[in-house]
Design a protein around this ligand. Structure first.
Ligand code: SF4
Length: 119
């Protein structure tokens, strides 16, 4: 009976150790895969005609607010792709897809004149 307890304890400890090591490894692999998937989506080029027409900048602080006054002032300064209704990235991602630019990704800190607040 004692040897059975010993075997069960070893199995239990072995399983626990495996789970202890495997969980963080799986989490980091998933994070790496998600980041790689994000990187696989081409970014919107600021020189793209649509991007230029909308005043798109990957860095919202670089927007020409004289040409695009929507982003001027205190309220305008709060507008970023990450707070836009058309942004499809997850919270915390550095970039994500945008419905305005199908098949392309935008930086979460970007902006364009199509910005609309999330509901
Ligand atoms: S539509 Fe919204 S998410 Fe897309 S580029 Fe413009 S501000 Fe960013």
């Amino acid at each position: 009976m004692k040897s059975t307890d010993s075997v069960s304890r070893r199995k239990f400890l072995g399983f626990g150790l495996t789970a202890f090591v495997a969980a963080p490894v799986a989490a980091s692999l998933l994070a790496a895969r998600t980041a790689a998937a994000q990187d696989a989506i081409p970014k919107v080029d600021e020189t793209d005609p649509t991007a230029q027409a909308l005043g798109f900048k990957a860095d919202a602080t670089k927007v020409d607010t004289a040409a695009f006054p929507k982003r001027a002032g205190e309220e305008g300064a709060k507008q970023f792709c990450r707070s836009c209704a058309l942004y499809q990235g997850k919270e915390g991602d550095s970039s994500g897809p945008c419905a305005m630019f199908p098949g392309k990704a935008v930086a979460n800190g970007g902006w364009c004149n199509a910005w609309a607040p999330k509901a």
